[in-house]
Design a protein around this ligand. Structure first.
Ligand code: SF4
Length: 521
């Protein structure tokens, strides 16, 4: 049942010490305006209306969680701070002798938010409050970008990965049918009590290692066979999920040869699943020189005020542009931007197409088509899509060939080919058509690319892009460095999203705090 904060001030309330807090600190902000930032009634859907004892007020747990994310504290350390740190007591409006709560209160609170799909509640409230304070109104221009969020799980080798997945399957079976779990264990050759410990054998010797790997794969196959052969068991959601994860991992790590013997694939094939405990994290690269393992944190921020308007987390190997549409969709219709600004990742046709479907314009650099060998780039040619022609720098014009009806090009690509008779005598030929004649490829949705190039040729737009886009870097820096979201604290994309969303709320509290203080000054 929903518990609510008592507002009566007692003799031992830490609020008497509020004067000790530095002006402008998050503690004084929560102490003075906490009830505007997080409210118990917003969490009502997460609690039963009539049954059970009154809960710890969710606004209190939300403030503790915000402070824990702010200071990078574990649940245990956060509760220690509630018990011993006077600043926390003032911020939380607690009496000086308040003993704090058990650390698992925060675990249950987060689980409750995730279970009810309310992990974004405090973030949404911060945006509402920003609207009430006039910081954002209507569809403001927004900037998009992403930053790595390192996964919390360790990357597992083949043996540990497969064994951990078998153990997950055994645990899932045990949760739905303990007897079946005992039967399953008896059918397996290896013990899975400690999956990180490799089965006994000579792992240094190549032949022996190969034989052991085959046995590991066969044992996993036995586990799958036993579970998938039982219709009642496999029908359980958790068992089904664990079985499909194990099947995926076995398929990823082993291939079957002609004699039906499983062979480890080796390291050349890029591995997708890196940990059975966090199957969503991925190896990825932010730039060719910056590899990382984990997730990508995608954010949209208002261009003229430091407010994060949307945030999401995806596996690290997903392209930034893929998430542009989702960042817009996350926002209520009245707040969706009319134009977004981004880097080259948001300038590709796929991202532009996603945003076009949502009536959102894009101001982002277009990936350069300049060939490395110094050949004249495609952008040196004038492409007229209304008349389906291309004009070269020497003023020669050629039609764009339509896709053949008999050999349709599935990518939608077309080509404009300049005649040899034009190119051969041309003084630009060595730089333009060393092969004798020049082809210009017209890709699907070339119109979007041409519109982008036109926008970028406007000096005012280009200047706006160069001046405005870097503003998101500062806010992403706050999220990942000051509020510790560079490292995910939890396993899985959903819980990592919770962390990202709550740290973004902390970023939003900077301008909100300043506006609230200005209002009461
Ligand atoms: S080489 Fe051909 S396509 Fe290139 S500038 Fe000369 S005439 Fe035009």
């Amino acid at each position: 049942m929903l518990g609510v904060m008592e507002r009566q001030q007692g003799f031992f309330d830490a609020a008497w010490c509020a004067g000790l807090l530095p002006d402008g600190s998050v503690y004084s902000l929560l102490a003075e305006h906490g009830e505007r930032i997080v409210r118990d009634e917003d969490f009502a859907e997460c609690y039963s209306a009539y049954h059970g004892r009154p809960s710890i007020p969710p606004s209190l747990l939300a403030k503790i969680l915000l402070l824990a994310f702010r200071e990078g504290l574990s649940d245990q350390r956060a509760m220690d701070a509630v018990r011993f740190d006077l600043r926390w007591k003032v911020a939380l409006d607690l009496p000086i002798d308040h003993p704090g709560f058990h650390p698992t209160s925060l675990v249950h609170f987060r689980a409750r938010l995730l279970l009810h799909g309310k992990e974004r509640l405090v973030f949404e409230r911060s945006l509402e409050l920003a609207g009430e304070l006039g910081l954002i109104s209507g569809p403001v221009e927004q900037i998009l970008d992403s930053t790595p969020m390192l996964g919390a799980a360790a990357v597992q080798d083949t043996v540990t990965l497969v064994r951990a997945a078998v153990r997950k399957l055994i645990d899932a079976v045990k949760a739905s049918d303990p007897r079946a779990a005992r039967g399953l264990r008896r059918e397996l050759r290896f013990d899975y009590a400690r999956p990180r410990v490799k089965p006994e054998g000579d792992w240094e010797d190549k032949d022996s290692r190969t034989a052991l790997l085959i046995e590991v794969a066969r044992d996993a196959a036995r586990a799958l066979q036993a579970v998938e052969g039982d219709d009642t068991l496999i029908a359980h959601e958790r068992v089904g999920e664990a079985a499909s994860l194990l099947r995926e991992i076995v398929g990823q790590e082993f291939e079957v040869d002609d004699q039906d013997v499983p062979r480890a694939r080796g390291t050349r094939r890029s591995r997708q699943i890196l940990s059975a405990h966090d199957p969503e994290m991925r190896h990825a690269r932010k730039t060719p020189a910056r590899p990382f393992t984990g997730y990508k944190l995608h954010a949209a921020v208002a261009a003229d005020v430091p407010i994060v308007t949307a945030i999401s987390v995806s596996p690290g190997n997903e392209h930034d542009g893929q998430h542009a549409g989702a960042l817009v969709d996350q926002q209520p219709k009245h707040r969706r931007p009319r134009r977004v600004i981004g880097d080259t990742a948001y300038g590709n046709v796929e991202a532009r197409e996603q945003l076009e479907q949502r009536s959102v314009a894009v101001l982002a650099p277009v990936h350069s088509t300049s060939p490395k060998d110094g050949t004249l780039p495609k952008d040196a040619f004038q492409i007229d899509l209304d008349n389906d022609t291309v004009t070269c720098p020497e003023g020669k014009t050629t039609p764009i060939y339509k896709t053949s009806r008999h050999h349709p090009n599935l990518t939608g690509e077309r080509v404009a080919r300049f005649a040899r008779t034009d190119c051969e005598p041309c003084p630009l030929r060595p730089r333009c058509a060393p092969g004798g004649q020049r082809d210009i490829r017209i890709r699907r949705r070339e119109d979007l690319r041409q519109a982008a190039l036109r926008a970028l040729s406007d000096p005012a737009d280009r200047e706006h892009l160069n001046r405005t886009r870097p503003r998101i870097e500062r806010l992403l820096g706050l999220i990942v460095y000051r509020y510790h979201a560079r490292n995910s604290r939890y396993l899985g994309a959903r819980k990592s999203t919770l962390q990202a969303v709550w740290t973004a709320t902390l970023v939003n509290l900077h301008p909100i705090g300043a506006a609230l203080r200005a209002q009461t000054a």
